[in-house]
Write a protein that binds this ligand. Structure first.
Ligand code: SF4
Length: 372
């Protein structure tokens, strides 16, 4: 029976500028491209016109860089597909978010904004190629609130070139002063093809990254945020419903340039070339029906990122096998204090979260040696 995903991701690939570290699927904004793009999105959305989604996420790119009429166009198209109690998120950059756009968002049902703030210090914002100051970020948060949107996330990047733990402490202080309910954290990864990679900038050492991560964990927990996913912190009850769809490895619809989705057991990616996409927006560039084994590995990869981990019962229902029969080395990980079993659930401990890659590698060895 075809599945009916409850989450929709819509990709808006346009940006006002290109940041030095970014490897997302994006292009510089051009009015006519955006006009054609919104028409193409409508063609895609038409296929889901009878669906109602519990979560819709307008990501990018920079959705907020669309001028008001174009932003209203896509908000209207998406709002028709919302269920009765939805979470509707818009990604925004502080410099392209104003009161008019905030009001339009609220009017069309957007009830969550995720701001790409990244740092509170101009020297790092400049280095990253960001075009806002931290004062503008503060103002953007206030604008969202004044339009009635309180459910706000801010992205915090760390392990930036030349950044010290003291610099990070300053950022944490400044981010906490925003008093928003959700903070997403990212260490800088130097992806091939980015300006940073081409400049041969080096990533921070693993030790420094781990120290910084532990500082973030300590400070945000002390400030009343719960780490519900390895990199995501929220005040209780304000976790991102949409992103949990991914981490719980549930199906979702992805539309737009380069978007990926997971429907009816098939994982797919849309094409990344804008001209080709505009010609045939519904075409999937890659489709993969994953094997049971791959599906299981992916399930672990996603669910172990969550503080609550996953239910042993759910694992058995989904894969028709007992977790420990499939992954006998999990018992060793429990005795080593990397995994914990609690109330019928398996999750990483704090130590396991830090060493998650090693945990996953060891569990994947079971896949090779145990027939399940
Ligand atoms: S980081 Fe955001 S604003 Fe910067 S280029 Fe990437 S998508 Fe655009």
């Amino acid at each position: 029976m075809p599945s009916s995903p409850k989450s929709l991701y819509v990709h808006i690939p346009f940006c006002d500028h290109l940041c030095a570290y970014c490897d997302f699927c994006k292009v510089l904004y051009r009015p006519l491209w955006a006009e054609d793009y919104l028409t193409a999105l409508d063609r895609e959305l038409f296929f889901y016109s009878s669906h109602r989604f519990d979560t819709i996420y307008l990501g990018g790119g920079t959705p907020s860089c669309l001028p008001l009429p174009q932003l209203c166009h896509v908000l209207t198209s998406c709002s028709l597909l919302l269920s009765s109690h939805p979470e509707f998120t818009l990604e925004a950059n502080p410099e392209s978010f104003d009161l008019e756009k905030a009001k339009a968002c609220a009017k069309h049902g957007v009830n969550r904004i995720s701001f790409g703030v990244q740092s509170s210090q101009d020297k790092f914002l400049d280095l990253l190629g960001r075009k806002h100051t931290f004062d503008e970020a503060k103002k953007a948060v206030e604008i969202a609130r004044s339009a009635g949107i309180d459910n706000i996330n801010v992205d915090l990047m760390y392990a930036l070139p030349g950044e010290t733990v003291e610099d990070l402490e300053k950022d944490i202080d400044a981010f906490l002063s925003l008093n928003v309910p959700h903070i997403s954290t990212y260490s800088l990864i130097l992806e091939e093809g980015t300006a940073f990679h081409n400049q041969e900038i080096k990533e921070a050492s693993e030790d420094l990254q781990a120290d910084m991560y532990e500082r973030i964990l300590f400070r945000l927990r002390n400030a009343g945020y719960r780490r519900y996913e390895v990199s995501n912190f929220a005040k209780p009850g304000l976790e991102s419903r949409h992103n949990q769809t991914y981490w719980k490895d549930q199906e979702y619809v992805g539309i737009g340039l380069g978007a990926s989705g997971y429907e009816n057991g098939i994982r797919y990616t849309k094409q990344k070339n804008l001209t080709a996409y505009l010609k045939n927006p519904t075409l999937r560039k890659e489709e993969e029906k994953v094997s049971l084994k791959e599906d299981r590995s992916y399930y672990l990869l996603c669910n172990l990122r969550l503080e609550e981990g996953f239910s042993l019962g759910e694992f058995e229902n989904r894969f028709s096998i007992d977790f420990f029969s499939c992954y006998p080395s999990a018992r060793k990980k429990i005795s080593e204090g990397l995994l914990k079993k609690d109330g019928g659930r398996i999750a990483c401990t704090d130590k396991g979260m830090l060493l998650m890659d090693a945990v996953l590698v060891d569990l994947s060895m079971d896949e090779e040696s145990v027939s399940c």
